[in-house]
Design a protein around this ligand. Sequence first.
Ligand code: SAH
Ligand code: SF4
Length: 489
Amino acid sequence: MNKEIFVPAEELAKQRDFMKRCRELLVKRFGDERSPLAYVKSFGCQQNVSDGEKLRGMLAVMGCGFTEDVNSANIVIYNTCAVRDNAEQKVFGIMGLATHQKELKKDLLIGLCGCMTQQKHVAERFKMRFPAVDFVLGTHVLHRFPEIFYGVLASADRGKRKRAFVIDECDGVIAEGLPEVREDSVRANLSVMYGCNNFCAYCVVPLVRGRERSRRSADILRDARALIEKGYKEITLVGQNVNSYGKDLENDLTFPELLEAINAIPGDFWIRFMTSHPKDCTKELLDTIARCEKICKHIHLPVQSGNDRVLGEMNRRYTREQYLSIIDYAKKTIPGVSFTSDIIVGFPGETREEFEDTKSLITEVGYNSLFTFIYSPREGTRAARMDDPVSAAEKAVWFNELLDAQRDIGMAQFEACVGQTLRVLVEGEGKLKNGILSGREGREGDCVLMGRTEHGMVTDFFGPRELIGQFVDVRITEASNWALAGERI
Ligand code: SAH
Ligand code: SF4
């Protein structure tokens, strides 16, 4: 393992020192009557959410409080996603608004980080088109946020505003021990690795997140134990391709061994992981899921397409048959196992017949639900240079057909739960309006609670608020194609 991947302890100590110095400048700027308020908004995947939690951690050490209301914030940070064009457009839209907010509130500080900023052409656009932006951090310099933020604060203090644009073009680093303030107190994401080596033809992630690098299992296990001690009831191990965890480490654990070690930590909690790449999904992994009682019997296994030619063009490195044989083995080995998947509709050159193969595959597997996307060209990827003759209107027709097909498949999966008693982890209050229990009333003092089953199915039931954060047995009485409802036992 290349030791240089780990950010040295001295560098991290230097950043801690900058956090203290930022704290002093923030007091000078906003007074010491109350903490300056930060608004940190993360878009996209769990990795981004986790980065956002580290930013919040560093801001907390600097003495900041947090707000969910952007208008009341003194520091606004958008942690962006680049995986599809609509995610990027959302941020460009918001930047217009942020510019206006800065006109009203001159001392507002605005920053951007995440996958969009790691792309040179996008960072350039932020620089030229949005003068209101004070700092831009690429994905590989997140741990240097204190130093960069200090530069911005100090220059403003001297009456000479200096914007910072720091985008390091390396293969990525691992910074252990950054403080974090988590968004959720029941479920926690825990990064096990960063980056991706797969270069699927459509995907920008390897271009913005660097090469695969695994955290040491001892660090992951330490974090997992701490989370469980704090009372977290669900831990999701996060990485772009968790199945290749550990391949870059020497004398350390493989992913199934890591799962086994987390499963052995005492306590009542669930383990999930994402994302599993089908090309690396081994029988050993599936046997481990079957054997370990804390691992949810639910696998998110993105297939993207059901057609071999399209899968080849996508550089996914498995065939339809290989994918289906994994599903088959999992169904035989893990009683009651369920699946979800990601699908891309309208990859360049995909034909109607090839799309039909995706439709037949989803019926064959019987997914609980799907994350479906219309192909979005990403600059710098191989697919962006391919011919794409099918019109957007035609792709939208296919997309809707896929949603219709999945609606029936999902409905069957959800209806099969009616009459069963399922364990639900209660995440928070549910919605009565437009929810599955809409128009109903619970006992006095009860509210609608929302949780998820081990299979990730949203479940609503009436109960007291105190149950939030706990496992509850619920007898399922009704189902829609996206949710369950029931009664607490
Ligand atoms: N590492 C994960 C997911 C990465 S991105 C994996 O390999 O499964 C999440 C999902 O976004 C992908 O699974 C894919 O379905 C979708 N996606 C990625 N790039 C896309 C693009 N250019 N257009 C449309 N969907 C895309
Ligand atoms: Fe993107 Fe493929 Fe890597 Fe997933 S495995 S992040 S889809 S390149």
